[in-house]
Every structure is written in structure tokens, then in C-alpha cells.
Design a protein around this ligand. Sequence first.
Ligand SMILES: Nc1ncnc2c1ncn2[C@@H]1O[C@H](COP(=O)(O)OP(=O)(O)OP(=O)(O)O)[C@@H](O)[C@H]1O
Length: 227
Amino acid sequence: MPDVMPDVIVLDAVSRVFPTDPPVRALRDVGLRIRRGDYVAIVGPSGSGKSTLLNTLGLLDRPTSGSYLLNGIETTALGDGARTRLRGREIGFVYQSFHLLPHRTVAENVMLAEVYGGHPRRHRRRRALEALELVGMSHRVDFPPGRLSGGERQRVAIARALMGEPALLLCDEPTGNLDSGNTEAVLDLFDGLHARGLTLLVITHEDEVSARAGRRVRISDGVLTEE
Ligand SMILES: Nc1ncnc2c1ncn2[C@@H]1O[C@H](COP(=O)(O)OP(=O)(O)OP(=O)(O)O)[C@@H](O)[C@H]1O
């Protein structure tokens, strides 16, 4: 084991060109370093490349050129299977719409997280209850998601994202469907997770959200600028 933990993300000269006619250069020569424990907000207008960046960081899309190290592992050289395993091990995803299954309980939804390696059922339930405790949802484990407020649903989705103890939480407009009270609750939760050492990257167009992050990075026409 190296005695220094590698940075969580190192992008070097990453470009993503969609081969349309004419081609779209959605990411242009992007460099980005995210260290363990960083809390980074990505801000930028519609069409600027935020989803492309998130898909690239989340190993859902591949750069056309450049290098992407995730936890010290060069991902661009990996095959699909290895990328899927790495994603399951290192990354938790949080989306604007919570993607909870309506006919399953809160605990079951969290247990259904796609975690690489799989755990025995008993172990998964214990992990799910721990994750729900971490997000302050222990009192609702047997509820169906339909009985929860939007903010509570997002907290359950965050618990699901934490099931595999990821190195990195990638969040795409996590408060986009929430009123200001629920937004505040989710941001407080992010602060708590950050204080515990989790690395967070949040795509947002809400100033209130980006103001909480330690770093703000603006994306415009596929070009990143640190603020
Ligand atoms: N599969 C694709 N093929 C061709 N062009 C694409 C594709 N996906 C995205 N684009 C283009 O790449 C650019 C960046 O798109 P992207 O979805 O990353 O922007 P965004 O910042 O996430 O936008 P929004 O905030 O509206 O979701 C846009 O010009 C978009 O039209």
C-alpha cells in the first residue's frame, strides 16, 4: 500500500466529442483534481457540458481523449466489466428525481443498491439500517417512499448511494425537486457527510447549494474554470 492516498479524481486534458454532424465538443481539454474530502460544486448554464462531465466522472461515458484517474486507477484503459466494478466500489450517485421503487419499503430500497461484490442479505440489511441512521431516516425504515416528503425521499436515495461506502458521491441537481426547507435539510446532511470525510461533487444551478461547497468550478461550453 502506498502511504499517501491518491487523489480521488484527476482529469488531464479530457475531451468528449460527440460524433454528430457537425461534431459537438462537449468537454474541451478539461483538467480537474479532486482530493479526498473535497466538496466541489460544478455550476454552468444549460448545455454547457455538466451531464457529460458527470457521466464521464461516473464511468458511464468515456472521454474521446485524455486521462482519467479515479483513486489512482487509469480508467480509460479499462474494459466495460472493470469499469462497472470500479463504479460500484467507488461511486455513489444521487439524482434530482429520487428513483425509489414505490412498492418497496425505505429499507428495501436502500438494500437494493447496486453494490459491487454483493453482501449476504442479513449483512445488507444491517448496512442499510446504518446508512439510514446516517441520513436521519431510522424512524421511517418500513414506510413506502410515497408517504415521505421530497426531502425525506432524497435522504433515502442518499442512504442508498452510501450503501457501498463509496469514495465519492456524485450528485446531479440533488435539490432540484425540493422546496427551500427540504433543500436546507439535504445541504445540512451533505455538510455532515463532508465533515466525516466523504468526497462530494454536486452539479447545481442553485447559488444556495454551490455556496455550501468548499470549491466552485464553472463550466461553460465544455471548458472548466475554478472560481
Ligand atoms: N449524445 C449526444 N450527441 C450529441 N450531442 C450531445 C449528446 N449529449 C450531449 N450533447 C451536446 O453536448 C453539449 C453538452 O450537453 P450536456 O448534456 O452535458 O449539458 P448540460 O450542461 O448537462 O445541460 P443541462 O443543464 O441542460 O442538462 C450540448 O451542446 C448537448 O447538445
